[in-house]
Design a protein around this ligand. Sequence first.
Ligand SMILES: Cc1cc2nc3c(=O)[nH]c(=O)nc-3n(C[C@H](O)[C@H](O)[C@H](O)COP(=O)(O)OP(=O)(O)OC[C@H]3O[C@@H](n4cnc5c(N)ncnc54)[C@H](O)[C@@H]3O)c2cc1C
Length: 359
Amino acid sequence: MVELRGQVRSFLAEELDRFPGRPDIINGFDAAFSREVGRRGWIGASWPETLGGRGWSAESRFVILEEMLAAGAPVLAHMVGERQFGPLLLRYGTDEQRRRFLPRIASGEAFFCIGMSEAAAGSDLSALETRASPVTGGYRLSGAKLWTSLAHLADYAVVLCRTSEHANPREGLTQLVVNLRSSGVVVAPIHNIVGEHEFNQVFFDDVLVPEGDVVGTVGEGWRQALSELTSERGGPDRYLSNFPLLARITEQLRLDPDPRASETIGRLVAHLSALRSLTEDVAVALAAGREPSLEAAIVKASGAAFEQDLLESLRPLMPPGEDRRALLAEATLRGPSYSIRGGTREVLLSLIGDRVLRA
Ligand SMILES: Cc1cc2nc3c(=O)[nH]c(=O)nc-3n(C[C@H](O)[C@H](O)[C@H](O)COP(=O)(O)OP(=O)(O)OC[C@H]3O[C@@H](n4cnc5c(N)ncnc54)[C@H](O)[C@@H]3O)c2cc1C
């Protein structure tokens, strides 16, 4: 593992400058970077070799991702495919779907986005209104998804939609892989608070989705989506968004020690270490086919708190006139989104509390 970590680190030290992403505080979307990482076998490294992976351990995949995030590498192009769609297919997909999608995700050639939230369905996801009706050869999909990150750059969306009506709204949902170049798909931009085109509203107008692009079992979408959310919530991307800022300020403080700083840095590192240890356990549990949804919710809730605390804590330690102030300002504007994306803080804390009280 030490050798792999060293290889990833030297690749990033030597090559990262070639990719014009946004290092420091966000992980940019860079298809060329993802292809380069894929060429080295570092996307989906824990997947079987027959499906484009390397057959390596969950820890190896964790080490690669951790190094990439810590360096602020532009990993977003392959992030969703590797983090949650690949694992979803390994768990619920058909052999044909695995052969069709996984090697292209692993080589950095097929990019995915998450089609869950809608205007009237965020925390209350089962209230979603996007519907698909069976037709000859597949389904016709109509509706709209909201806050779909990077849909304008992705090739496919994994869409949670309603395929039948039930008294319990969590029944009758189905997951479809939708090719975003299909006729009837319109991707409309939404700019975030820093003015960047990050989100979209994605409209589906009678889009034909072939039968072979239904993921798993029709009507079982709720259970499958919860499993997908465990992969989405429990990884190091939930607390390393601003790690490069911490690393740089720590470097500066080493050169010019500030007695106010030790306790702050100590507190942040203690929190980071606990998150890291829990996240490694989540990675191992997921790879073993278990579903550590409670642990993943803890990583997500606690990771968001860490990310927000980091920004507030580093602010007074920032040397005056330092150009990192602009980055800190931007990170601060993004800060509130950490406890909304992937499930809000309130919803995750309720979920954790419920699980504990029902145990
Ligand atoms: C940066 C970012 C990226 C995102 N990317 C995607 C994406 O790619 N794909 C996608 O599908 N979605 C995406 N989302 C959407 C995200 O999943 C939703 O914003 C989130 O689930 C909350 O839903 P909502 O915005 O509808 O808020 P609401 O659910 O309306 O919540 C509003 C407030 O009410 C609180 N609340 C709601 N229900 C409860 C409850 N039962 N108990 C206590 N409090 C409650 C919430 O905590 C929140 O504070 C993204 C969001 C962000 C910020």
